[in-house]
Ligand binder design. Sequence first.
Ligand SMILES: *Cc1c(COP(=O)(O)O)cnc(C)c1O
Length: 418
Amino acid sequence: MTEKKLPLSSSELLDLVKKVGTPFNIYDGDEIEKNAEEMKAAFSWAPSFTNYFAVKALPNINILKLLGKHGFGADCSSLPELYMAKAAGIEGKNIMFTSNDTPDEEFREAYNLGAVLNLDDITHIEAVERACGKLPDTISFRFNPGKERTGNAIIGNPVEAKYGVTRDQLFQAYSIAKEKGVKHFYLHTMVASNELNPDYIVETARMLFSLVSELKEKCGIEVEAIDMGGGVGIPYRPEDSKIQWKELGDRIHVLYKEMIEEKGLKPLKITFECGRAITGPYGYLVSTVRHVTKKYKDYVGLDSCMADLMRPALYGSYHHITVVGKENEKADHKYDVTGSLCENNDKFAIDRMLPEIEKGDVIVIHDTGAHGFAMGFNYNGKMRHAEYLKTEGRILKIRRDETYEDYIKTQLITPEEV
Ligand SMILES: *Cc1c(COP(=O)(O)O)cnc(C)c1O
């Protein structure tokens, strides 16, 4: 069970709404920092530990800075993400560049920033040489376990996944990189998404520890760091339970002792690329009810839409909803909670039991701190909205609303002949 809390008291939240208007996302920076520290503490046994925060989950420089303060790095997969990491002061080996179908210019920029290049394919060894003139001193490969692992519902079956090198290619890839003078080796995988079963993450650690051993035996390569990717889930539903960092850390520690230490292998840096589990639960989309309508069903129309949060429309995902000030009222009305897009799947919730809702009520949609704002689009001329950060007793604006001017900036009102 997970209690669905608000980032502020109801009255503070209503005061904020009066002051700044809706819709907006607010992130609880204090909770994000606390969570980051808990994750670190759970892996304090490791010779070295970091989480490269997946920038795509919440691409805001202020958030990256906040996490950077706690020693977190950045997991990037595009030029803008690399630039954002840099702007937040995250540089060098604190950047993991986990890309796929990568253009040369991105390899080049990541190389110039001193990032760890995490190669998605054996042919990318040559691609990097071509793009950067040489291979960097440190290289990582992304492993795709194929039939060895099942994958989970969101990320899909590894055999069907476009990512990573196969088992056979893996040993070949490391040997080639070694021959070409690479000195330091990392090993990466990502086989889960929004996974709430800790066993699955522990099995990923076991798989990587075992590969570290095999790489030593077969290729004489001493892997220095493993990266377990992202994919640690969060309890979107109140009946779900959070993966406890401490339990996860302890269980992986047991395997580490057995599979790395006792085998006399080189001390390993332990890393993840979690995005969702770091910021997801600490983001809230705050909206106002514009209309309550009764058709064949009852609808609550908000001033936000799928442009602000796409997960329910895209995956049918559950996001918990609180009607501010009505927390203790009986949830005895059934509604579809919708946005304003001309798309019938623009719904935040379908057949949701909520207290009776009136025009003007303030609605909080929970768990929007990852893959929320980030996925937004401008379809139908809908703008994305402001972001606020609650930190150390203050509320800071960290992004303004988009405007019409932003929206048409790339259009050439006077066409250019080519
Ligand atoms: C999306 C992604 C992540 C982050 O996933 P979360 O579910 O947010 O933890 C990490 N690494 C890679 C390579 C990704 O594609």
